[in-house]
Design a protein around this ligand. Structure first.
Ligand code: NAP
Length: 280
C-alpha cells in the first residue's frame, strides 16, 4: 500500500497503447480518492519489454498493467506469477514488491464475473449451462472465472476446432468442446451465452450465431466494448434477454490492480462511467 506522503506511479504498457482507456479509468480514481500519483501510457516495443519491466522499480513505479502484445511474454520476465494468472496463461497486472521484485497477476477473470454480477445480481454460475463462443486469450480468463465461480457445465465452441478441444482438455470435464458447426444447437438449455471472439467488434462482421435455441431467461454477454452494443447484444435485447457488454469487464479488471498499487479498492460510479463514455 502506498504511504500517504508518497507519490504513486502506475501505467499501462503495450504496443500500440495510445487507444487504451485505462489512463482515464485510473486517473479518475486517483482524483476521486485525492491520492498523490499518476497513471500513464507506457508505449514499449516487444523487443524492449524486458528492459522496460526491469526499469519499473528503478523509476519508482508501483506496477503496471499489460496489454497487447505483452501479456504472455511478460510471464517469463517477472519474478513470480500467481497461480490464477498461470492458469489463465497471461498476466495483465504487475506489482512491484517492496524488495523491487515483480509479481504478475491476472484480474480479467475477476473483471468478467464481476461485470455479470453488476448487471444481473441474481445470476449464478451454477444455475445451468454456460456456452462460450471463442477460444482465444480472453476466453481463457472467462473460462477460469466461470469455473472458479462454480460453473458445472461449460460448452466451448471455436472456429478452429483444435483450440476448443485443447482448452477443454486443459480445463477438465466442466468444459466440453462443441464443433463450430453445432454452435447454434449448443445454446439449448444455456443460462449464459458469452461471445469472446472479435466478431461484432468495430470493423469486423457480426458473429454468425442463431439465437432461436437460447432460452429467454439466459443472460447474454459480449466482452467487446467497441461498439457497446454488438449485433449479438442488439439481437438478444430484442428477444428480451438481459444483456451485458464488455465495458463492465474492462472497468472491473482495473479495480484490484488499482487497489494493489494505491491501497484503495475503487468503485464503478456514474461519474466514472460518464468519463469513460466520453472517450467513445
Ligand atoms: P484472440 O486471442 O486473437 O482470439 C480471437 C478469437 O476470435 C478466437 O477464438 C478466434 O477463433 C475468433 N475469431 C476470429 N475471427 C473469427 C471469425 N471470422 N469467425 C469466428 N471466430 C473468429 O483475441 P482475444 O484477446 O481473445 O480478444 C477477443 C475479443 O475480446 C476482442 O474483441 C477483444 O477486444 C475482447 N476483449 C475484451 C476485454 C474486456 O475487458 N472487455 C478483454 C480482452 C479482450 P480462431 O481460434 O478460429 O482464430
Amino acid at each position: 500500500m502506498a504511504a500517504e506522503h508518497r507519490y504513486t506511479l502506475a501505467g499501462v504498457m503495450g504496443w500500440p497503447v495510445a487507444h487504451s482507456r485505462s489512463p482515464v479509468i485510473h486517473s479518475h480514481w486517483i482524483a476521486q480518492h485525492r491520492l498523490r500519483g499518476a497513471y500513464v501510457l507506457l508505449p514499449v516495443q516487444p523487443e524492449h519489454l524486458h528492459t522496460a519491466l526491469r526499469s519499473l522499480p528503478v523509476l519508482g513505479f508501483a506496477g503496471c498493467n499489460l496489454t497487447i502484445p505483452h501479456k504472455i511474454a511478460a510471464m517469463s520476465i517477472v519474478d513470480r506469477v500467481d497461480p490464477l494468472a498461470r492458469r489463465i496463461g497471461a498476466i495483465n497486472t504487475i506489482v512491484v514488491e517492496a524488495d523491487g521484485s515483480l509479481s504478475g497477476r491476472n484480474t480479467d477473470g475477476f473483471g468478467y464475473i464481476q461485470s455479470l454480477r453488476d448487471a444481473a445480481p441474481r445470476w449464478r454460475a451454477d444455475a445451468g449451462v454456460a456456452t462460450v463462443i471463442g477460444a482465444g486469450g480472453a476466453a481463457r480468463a472467462v473460462l477460469v472465472g466461470l469455473i472458479d465461480s462454480g460453473a458445472t457445465t461449460i460448452r466451448l465452441t471455436n472456429r478452429s476446432w483444435a483450440k476448443a478441444h485443447d482448452m477443454a482438455q486443459e480445463f477438465g470435464p466442466t468444459v466440453q468442446a462443441v464443433p463450430w458447426d453445432e454452435r447454434h444447437a449448443a445454446l439449448a438449455d444455456a443460462t449464459l451465452l458469452v461471445n469472446t471472439t472479435n466478431q461484432g467488434m468495430h470493423g469486423e462482421p457480426p458473429l454468425d450465431l442463431r439465437l432461436d435455441r437460447l432460452p429467454l431467461h439466459a443472460l447474454v454477454s459480449d466482452i467487446i466494448y467497441v461498439p457497446m452494443e454488438t449485433p449479438l447484444l442488439a439481437a438478444a435485447r430484442l428477444r428480451g434477454h438481459t444483456v451485458v457488454n464488455g465495458l463492465g469487464m474492462l472497468l472491473n479488471q482495473a479495480r484490484p490492480a488499482f487497489e494493489a498499487w494505491f491501497g484503495v479498492m475503487p468503485s464503478i460510479t456514474p461519474e466514472l462511467l460518464a468519463a469513460v463514455n466520453a472517450t467513445f
